[in-house]
Design a binder for this molecule. Structure first.
Ligand SMILES: Nc1ncnc2c1ncn2[C@@H]1O[C@H](COP(=O)(O)OP(=O)(O)OP(=O)(O)O)[C@@H](O)[C@H]1O
Length: 201
Protein backbone atom coordinates (compact mmCIF):
# COMPACT_ATOMS: atom_id res chain seq x y z
CA UNK A 1 0.00 0.00 0.00
CA UNK A 2 1.17 3.54 -0.86
CA UNK A 3 0.45 6.35 1.57
CA UNK A 4 1.27 10.08 1.33
CA UNK A 5 0.70 12.16 4.47
CA UNK A 6 0.73 15.95 4.65
CA UNK A 7 2.90 16.38 1.57
CA UNK A 8 3.84 19.99 0.87
CA UNK A 9 5.82 20.99 -2.20
CA UNK A 10 6.04 24.53 -3.63
CA UNK A 11 2.51 26.01 -3.45
CA UNK A 12 0.84 22.59 -3.14
CA UNK A 13 -0.48 20.88 -0.03
CA UNK A 14 -0.74 19.60 2.54
CA UNK A 15 -1.83 16.63 0.45
CA UNK A 16 -2.75 13.20 1.84
CA UNK A 17 -3.85 10.12 -0.04
CA UNK A 18 -3.67 6.33 0.25
CA UNK A 19 -3.82 3.74 -2.48
CA UNK A 20 -4.32 0.08 -1.58
CA UNK A 21 -2.49 -2.74 -3.34
CA UNK A 22 -4.25 -3.49 -6.62
CA UNK A 23 -6.12 -0.16 -6.65
CA UNK A 24 -5.93 2.83 -8.99
CA UNK A 25 -6.40 6.45 -7.90
CA UNK A 26 -6.99 9.04 -10.61
CA UNK A 27 -5.92 12.67 -10.39
CA UNK A 28 -7.34 15.37 -12.64
CA UNK A 29 -7.25 19.14 -12.38
CA UNK A 30 -6.52 22.22 -14.45
CA UNK A 31 -3.31 22.58 -16.42
CA UNK A 32 -0.59 24.04 -14.20
CA UNK A 33 -2.32 22.95 -10.96
CA UNK A 34 0.80 21.04 -9.90
CA UNK A 35 -0.09 17.40 -10.63
CA UNK A 36 3.34 16.64 -12.10
CA UNK A 37 5.06 18.47 -9.22
CA UNK A 38 3.14 16.30 -6.76
CA UNK A 39 4.39 13.20 -8.58
CA UNK A 40 7.97 14.46 -8.24
CA UNK A 41 7.40 14.54 -4.46
CA UNK A 42 5.82 11.05 -4.49
CA UNK A 43 8.87 9.74 -6.39
CA UNK A 44 11.19 11.54 -3.92
CA UNK A 45 13.02 13.43 -6.67
CA UNK A 46 12.32 16.95 -5.42
CA UNK A 47 12.48 18.46 -1.93
CA UNK A 48 9.16 18.23 -0.07
CA UNK A 49 7.87 17.99 3.49
CA UNK A 50 5.61 15.25 4.84
CA UNK A 51 5.77 11.49 4.89
CA UNK A 52 5.62 8.82 2.21
CA UNK A 53 5.07 5.18 3.16
CA UNK A 54 5.24 2.00 1.14
CA UNK A 55 3.86 -1.08 2.92
CA UNK A 56 4.46 0.66 6.26
CA UNK A 57 8.09 1.54 5.46
CA UNK A 58 8.80 5.27 5.56
CA UNK A 59 10.61 6.78 2.56
CA UNK A 60 13.49 8.09 4.69
CA UNK A 61 14.37 4.48 5.59
CA UNK A 62 15.29 3.83 1.96
CA UNK A 63 17.77 5.49 -0.39
CA UNK A 64 16.25 7.56 -3.22
CA UNK A 65 17.13 4.92 -5.87
CA UNK A 66 15.69 2.12 -3.68
CA UNK A 67 12.45 4.10 -3.26
CA UNK A 68 12.19 4.89 -6.98
CA UNK A 69 12.74 1.25 -8.00
CA UNK A 70 9.54 0.46 -6.08
CA UNK A 71 7.65 3.71 -6.65
CA UNK A 72 8.22 4.28 -10.36
CA UNK A 73 7.44 7.55 -12.08
CA UNK A 74 6.44 7.54 -15.72
CA UNK A 75 6.78 11.26 -16.53
CA UNK A 76 4.80 12.95 -19.28
CA UNK A 77 8.10 13.34 -21.18
CA UNK A 78 10.29 10.24 -20.86
CA UNK A 79 14.07 10.53 -20.54
CA UNK A 80 16.45 8.74 -22.94
CA UNK A 81 20.24 9.00 -22.66
CA UNK A 82 21.72 6.04 -24.60
CA UNK A 83 21.94 5.47 -28.34
CA UNK A 84 19.36 2.74 -28.97
CA UNK A 85 16.06 1.61 -27.42
CA UNK A 86 17.48 -1.80 -26.41
CA UNK A 87 20.35 -0.27 -24.38
CA UNK A 88 17.76 1.24 -21.99
CA UNK A 89 16.66 -2.25 -20.90
CA UNK A 90 19.43 -3.53 -18.63
CA UNK A 91 18.00 -7.05 -18.22
CA UNK A 92 16.29 -9.30 -20.73
CA UNK A 93 14.49 -7.32 -23.43
CA UNK A 94 10.68 -7.77 -22.99
CA UNK A 95 10.06 -9.20 -26.48
CA UNK A 96 6.55 -10.45 -25.79
CA UNK A 97 5.36 -7.12 -24.36
CA UNK A 98 6.98 -5.02 -27.11
CA UNK A 99 5.31 -7.24 -29.73
CA UNK A 100 2.00 -6.82 -27.86
CA UNK A 101 2.49 -3.06 -28.06
CA UNK A 102 2.84 -3.32 -31.84
CA UNK A 103 6.63 -3.13 -32.26
CA UNK A 104 8.53 -5.33 -34.74
CA UNK A 105 11.33 -7.65 -33.47
CA UNK A 106 14.15 -5.26 -34.44
CA UNK A 107 12.97 -2.50 -32.03
CA UNK A 108 15.96 -2.95 -29.62
CA UNK A 109 18.27 -1.65 -32.39
CA UNK A 110 16.15 1.45 -33.09
CA UNK A 111 18.01 4.71 -32.48
CA UNK A 112 16.34 7.02 -29.96
CA UNK A 113 16.23 10.02 -32.31
CA UNK A 114 13.92 8.16 -34.72
CA UNK A 115 11.28 7.35 -32.08
CA UNK A 116 7.93 9.17 -32.30
CA UNK A 117 6.38 10.59 -29.10
CA UNK A 118 3.93 7.67 -28.95
CA UNK A 119 6.71 5.09 -29.46
CA UNK A 120 8.72 6.73 -26.68
CA UNK A 121 5.69 6.65 -24.39
CA UNK A 122 5.06 2.93 -25.03
CA UNK A 123 8.73 1.98 -24.61
CA UNK A 124 9.01 4.13 -21.45
CA UNK A 125 6.23 2.13 -19.83
CA UNK A 126 7.83 -1.19 -20.80
CA UNK A 127 11.14 0.01 -19.36
CA UNK A 128 9.45 0.86 -16.05
CA UNK A 129 7.47 -2.40 -15.84
CA UNK A 130 10.68 -4.38 -16.39
CA UNK A 131 11.74 -3.32 -12.84
CA UNK A 132 8.48 -4.70 -11.36
CA UNK A 133 7.61 -1.63 -9.23
CA UNK A 134 4.98 -1.84 -6.47
CA UNK A 135 3.61 1.62 -7.28
CA UNK A 136 3.20 3.19 -10.71
CA UNK A 137 2.94 7.00 -10.97
CA UNK A 138 1.52 7.49 -14.45
CA UNK A 139 1.61 11.09 -15.70
CA UNK A 140 -0.74 11.23 -18.70
CA UNK A 141 0.58 7.87 -19.96
CA UNK A 142 -1.54 7.84 -23.13
CA UNK A 143 -1.30 11.55 -24.05
CA UNK A 144 0.57 10.86 -27.32
CA UNK A 145 -1.32 7.74 -28.38
CA UNK A 146 -4.20 7.12 -30.78
CA UNK A 147 -7.29 5.14 -29.71
CA UNK A 148 -5.74 1.75 -30.52
CA UNK A 149 -2.45 2.63 -28.75
CA UNK A 150 -4.42 3.86 -25.72
CA UNK A 151 -6.36 0.60 -25.55
CA UNK A 152 -3.16 -1.48 -25.68
CA UNK A 153 -1.44 0.71 -23.08
CA UNK A 154 -4.39 0.46 -20.69
CA UNK A 155 -4.50 -3.33 -21.15
CA UNK A 156 -0.77 -3.69 -20.49
CA UNK A 157 -1.08 -1.63 -17.29
CA UNK A 158 -4.18 -3.56 -16.15
CA UNK A 159 -2.53 -6.93 -16.77
CA UNK A 160 0.51 -5.80 -14.77
CA UNK A 161 -1.68 -4.53 -11.95
CA UNK A 162 -3.66 -7.77 -11.87
CA UNK A 163 -0.51 -9.92 -11.86
CA UNK A 164 1.44 -7.94 -9.23
CA UNK A 165 -1.30 -6.10 -7.29
CA UNK A 166 0.62 -2.86 -7.85
CA UNK A 167 -0.94 0.42 -6.69
CA UNK A 168 -1.49 2.95 -9.48
CA UNK A 169 -1.87 6.71 -9.44
CA UNK A 170 -2.97 7.96 -12.84
CA UNK A 171 -2.99 11.61 -13.97
CA UNK A 172 -5.25 12.36 -16.92
CA UNK A 173 -7.22 15.19 -18.49
CA UNK A 174 -9.63 12.64 -19.93
CA UNK A 175 -12.58 12.05 -17.54
CA UNK A 176 -13.81 8.98 -19.48
CA UNK A 177 -10.40 7.38 -19.14
CA UNK A 178 -10.26 8.04 -15.39
CA UNK A 179 -13.76 6.55 -15.01
CA UNK A 180 -12.59 3.51 -16.98
CA UNK A 181 -9.29 2.82 -15.20
CA UNK A 182 -9.60 4.14 -11.62
CA UNK A 183 -11.32 3.07 -8.41
CA UNK A 184 -11.02 6.45 -6.69
CA UNK A 185 -10.86 9.96 -8.14
CA UNK A 186 -9.11 13.09 -6.86
CA UNK A 187 -9.06 16.66 -8.13
CA UNK A 188 -6.12 19.04 -7.65
CA UNK A 189 -6.75 22.78 -7.83
CA UNK A 190 -5.42 25.82 -5.95
CA UNK A 191 -2.93 23.61 -4.12
CA UNK A 192 -5.66 21.43 -2.60
CA UNK A 193 -6.25 17.76 -3.45
CA UNK A 194 -9.92 16.84 -2.96
CA UNK A 195 -11.44 13.40 -3.06
CA UNK A 196 -13.95 13.68 -5.89
CA UNK A 197 -15.56 10.24 -5.82
CA UNK A 198 -15.43 6.51 -6.11
CA UNK A 199 -16.03 4.80 -9.41
CA UNK A 200 -18.81 2.23 -9.24
CA UNK A 201 -18.41 -0.96 -11.30
N1 LIG B 1 10.57 23.79 -9.65
C1 LIG B 1 9.51 24.61 -9.70
N2 LIG B 1 9.40 25.68 -8.87
C2 LIG B 1 8.33 26.49 -8.91
N3 LIG B 1 7.29 26.31 -9.75
C3 LIG B 1 7.33 25.27 -10.59
C4 LIG B 1 8.44 24.35 -10.61
N4 LIG B 1 8.20 23.40 -11.54
C5 LIG B 1 7.00 23.73 -12.09
N5 LIG B 1 6.51 24.85 -11.54
C6 LIG B 1 5.23 25.52 -11.87
O1 LIG B 1 4.20 24.87 -11.15
C7 LIG B 1 3.01 24.82 -11.92
C8 LIG B 1 2.50 23.41 -11.97
O2 LIG B 1 3.23 22.61 -12.87
P1 LIG B 1 2.86 21.10 -13.20
O3 LIG B 1 3.68 20.69 -14.39
O4 LIG B 1 2.99 20.25 -12.00
O5 LIG B 1 1.32 21.21 -13.59
P2 LIG B 1 0.30 20.10 -14.07
O6 LIG B 1 -0.88 20.16 -13.17
O7 LIG B 1 0.99 18.77 -14.19
O8 LIG B 1 -0.08 20.64 -15.50
P3 LIG B 1 -0.46 19.92 -16.89
O9 LIG B 1 -1.82 19.32 -16.66
O10 LIG B 1 -0.48 21.04 -17.87
O11 LIG B 1 0.60 18.89 -17.18
C9 LIG B 1 3.36 25.41 -13.29
O12 LIG B 1 2.87 26.74 -13.31
C10 LIG B 1 4.87 25.38 -13.33
O13 LIG B 1 5.40 26.45 -14.08
Amino acid sequence: MFRAQNIKIHHIGPVSLSVEAGECAGISGPSGAGKSILFRAFADIEVFSGTLMLDNVIHTDMSGPQWRRQVALMPAESQWWLHTAGEHFPGTFPEKETAFMGFPPDVPSWEIHRLSSGEKQRLALLRILANEPKVLLLDEPTANLDAEGTKLMEKLIFDYQKRTRASLIWISHNPEQLQRVCHTLYYLANGILSHSGRVLY
